[in-house]
Design a protein. Structure first.
Length: 247
């Protein structure tokens, strides 16, 4: 039996990239998957169809996770349909890159709202269910930018650093009820978000000498969400970055 059989997973920003790969990976473990998207309904429906083709069950759900009322509606729909929530992957994110002196307040706020406040809203919404169940696994997608900084990404780096601090705090708050909370920090992954970057310059800083693939990040998420060994891991940050950040 798959380790997530009869379990329910919610993946935010799951219509493409890391989110899509994660939804497919969790479905392969037997999970029923809520495929959240903000705008790309066609792409989300394609993920649901792919899961169905593999014998799984999934549902595409639109919500801007930066908006509290939309988050509440998202989780209400999941609970009304499946009655539980076992895995939450806070993956939805955006970038609005520019140097600090040129960064408009609205570009700062948009990134903080989605990449950090969205994690808070979704985690708060699912926590009541998981604490009552006395089980659950939450995986927050951070970034190496939140650990080492990155020129032109003051907003993104600040949000992702916040996600790391949030992860450690909530892990301590929820541990007594059997809920684990961890973060995965990708480096440069071949997704829409990294298209158009100067690869040659970036690769100089990656010891493995290549971009990562969404499936490689999803593999770490799958371990934390589904593997029995993940039950004794909480409050940690796992880098999937080709060796960019070595503590």
């Amino acid at each position: 039996m798959n380790s997530l059989q009869d379990k329910v997973a919610i993946v935010t920003g799951a219509s493409r990239g890391i989110g899509r790969a994660t939804a497919l990976a969790l479905a392969s473990e037997g999970a029923k998957v809520a495929v959240n998207y903000a705008n790309s309904s066609g792409a989300a429906d394609a993920v649901v169809a792919e899961i169905a083709d593999q014998g799984g069950e999934a549902l595409a759900l639109q919500a801007n996770v930066a908006e509290a009322d939309q988050v509440d509606a998202l989780f209400k729909t999941v609970l009304d349909k499946w009655g539980r929530a076992d895995v939450l992957v806070n993956n939805a994110g955006i970038t609005r890159d520019t140097l600090l002196l040129r960064m408009k307040p609205e570009d700062w706020q948009a990134v903080i709202n989605l990449n950090l406040t969205g994690v808070y809203l979704c985690t708060r919404a699912v926590s009541k269910v998981m604490l009552k169940q006395r089980s659950g696994r939450i995986i927050n997608i951070a970034s190496v930018a939140g650990q080492m900084g990155n020129p032109g990404q003051a907003n993104y780096s600040a949000a992702k650093a916040g996600v790391i601090g949030f992860t450690k705090t909530v892990a301590k708050e929820m541990a007594s009820r059997g809920v684990t909370v961890n973060a995965v920090a990708p480096g440069f992954i071949a997704t829409d978000m990294t298209e158009g970057l100067e690869s040659e310059e970036i690769l100089k800083f990656i010891p493995l000498g290549r971009y990562g693939q969404p499936e490689e990040v999803a593999g770490m998420i799958q371990f934390l969400a589904a593997d029995p060994a993940g039950a004794y891991i909480t409050g940690q940050v796992f880098n999937v970055d080709g060796g960019m950040v070595m503590a």
